[in-house]
Write a protein that binds this ligand. Structure first.
Ligand code: SF4
Length: 215
């Protein structure tokens, strides 16, 4: 089977098994998703959603975050880890949103990545989920599983992003990330992929054989 056919079948199976996609980070608008995504670095989405539930009540606007007191915000987001840098970045990012963009979140990738705490991954989350601009988010799940599926040889997220843009149809750019995260959580888990129940196993060159116990 050639690669194009394999990609087509992988996408069909991802659609079938994980269905329509929804962003895992709870948010009601662009700036909330921006802050939730900054908080999600090295933290689970579940933990971020627990923290933002109260956080967005306490700080109900970009201005409220821009004017937040650093140590107080650090305490508020403490359980997401790396709280000092995250709090500093959130305040600085929101100050820039106010001074440069009238409190709005821009859609331009260069403007987004110029904001404190916003890398290419975060920018693509915003572009894809808020503005519907086709973009491919390469996080640890996408990096690892794309490689296992033999769709890239690279470990460089930017290179993988561009390789995926070449082989995935544009209407799957946003969903691929979200479905692969689901796959990485449920089946292709990092420590021990459950290849024996994986619906992609017949398309995956890195299927792990089941070792039967002899005892
Ligand atoms: S077959 Fe195994 S390694 Fe390949 S995607 Fe499925 S779980 Fe991951």
């Amino acid at each position: 089977m050639d690669r194009a056919e394999r990609v087509k079948q992988i996408l069909e199976l991802l659609d079938k098994n994980y269905g329509p996609v929804k962003c895992y980070l709870d948010h009601e608008n662009a700036w909330q998703l921006l802050i939730a995504t900054i908080l999600s670095a090295q933290c689970t989405d579940e933990r971020v959603n627990i923290v933002t539930k109260n956080l967005f009540k306490k700080y109900p606007s970009v201005r409220a975050f821009a004017e937040a007191e650093l140590t107080e915000l650090e305490t508020d987001i403490h359980s997401t880890g790396f709280y000092h840098n995250k709090a500093k970045n959130i305040i600085s990012c929101c100050q820039s949103l106010l001074s440069l963009y009238n409190g709005e979140v821009p859609s331009d990738i260069n403007k987004l990545t110029a904001l404190a705490g916003v890398g290419r991954k975060t920018a693509n989350v915003i572009r894809g989920n808020i503005f519907g601009i086709p973009s491919i988010v390469v996080d640890t799940h996408v990096k690892r599983i794309t490689k296992l599926l033999g769709l890239t040889d690279s470990s460089d997220p930017v290179k993988i992003e561009h390789e995926l843009m070449d082989i995935l149809p544009e209407d799957h750019w946003i969903s691929y990330n979200i479905q692969i995260i689901a796959h990485g959580r449920k089946i292709c888990v990092a420590r021990k992929p459950k290849c024996e129940i994986c619906f992609l196993s017949h398309l995956c060159p890195h299927i792990t054989p089941v070792i039967k116990s002899t005892t």
